[in-house]
Design a protein around this ligand. Structure first.
Ligand SMILES: C[S@@+](CC[C@H](N)C(=O)[O-])C[C@H]1O[C@@H](n2cnc3c(N)ncnc32)[C@H](O)[C@@H]1O
Length: 236
């Protein structure tokens, strides 16, 4: 696959809602929170900005999008410009967030922690949240332990340094200092209507990216009982 990663595929295909449960699940999760036009919200690892745009549209909150990938950021910027939405985009890493302590009421991580140094990024989320602020994370989670070969296959394909069971996430959230940790594995697309997959293709993307897409599909089928996700909500 010529060194192309799953994230390269997501960026060049411009996949919106690139997380388990998709945009429908995002809307459902957000509807359970008390986001207002006074809320400061960080969409950490915002990708092409579908969720950030929705949060501004729905709540008129003060929304910031952070991502490390320039293609993602360019597509998010175009989206916000076309919609005339005042969402600030910042290029940077969730492992070293370029914001002061106690800045945000909400930090959102939709399939982002899975791809980074988890303890480091969670510490940063905790640091930039205000006291009483909320972390909402929808992240890849194993339903059961894998053998070494299977674990390595998944780590290699998704380019991740570790795979967590639900209990590992909870321990790490607790160790970071988060409280009132709630976990769910909800799938609610059907409740939130028409949420067709969004694409925004880059011109002249590498045809090898179709191989990445195929392999992703293959992994989802092969590990369908094990490779899952959880939604974690918790408070600083
Ligand atoms: C699976 S995508 C999810 C994108 C978006 N949250 C969504 O749900 O559509 C993971 C995102 O995390 C970003 N990312 C990966 N490592 C990152 C890092 N260290 N700091 C910030 N963003 C990162 C990728 O560029 C990508 O946009």
């Amino acid at each position: 696959m010529g060194g192309l990663t799953y994230i390269d595929f997501l960026a060049k295909f411009g996949i919106g809602g690139a997380h388990p449960g998709g945009f429908g699940l995002t809307k459902y999760i957000l509807s359970k929170e008390n986001i207002t036009n006074n809320s400061w919200v960080l969409d950490a690892g915002c990708g092409t900005g579908q969720t950030a745009a929705y949060i501004y549209e729905q709540y008129k909150a003060k929304v910031f999008g952070l991502d490390i990938n320039p293609i993602m950021l360019e597509k998010a910027a175009t989206r916000f410009k076309n919609l005339n939405f005042p969402i600030q985009l910042i290029q940077g890493s969730v492992e070293q967030i370029p914001f002061e302590d106690h800045t945000f009421d909400y930090v959102l991580s939709e399939s982002v922690l899975a791809f980074v140094n988890k303890p480091k990024a969670l510490k940063e989320f905790y640091r930039v949240l205000k006291k009483g602020g909320r972390l909402i994370a929808n992240e890849m989670t194993l339903n059961s332990v894998l053998n070494k070969f299977e674990e390595q296959e998944i780590k290699n394909f998704y380019n991740v340094d570790s795979l967590y069971l639900e209990k590992d996430w909870i321990t790490l959230l607790q160790d970071t200092g988060f409280q009132s940790i709630n976990v769910s594995s909800q799938q609610v697309d059907f409740l939130y209507g028409n949420n067709k997959q969004e694409f925004n293709f880059s011109p002249n993307f590498e045809p090898e990216l179709f191989e990445v897409l195929n392999k992703h599909g293959h992994m989802l089928i092969k590990y369908h009982n094990i490779l899952s996700h959880r939604i974690f909500t918790c408070t600083k």
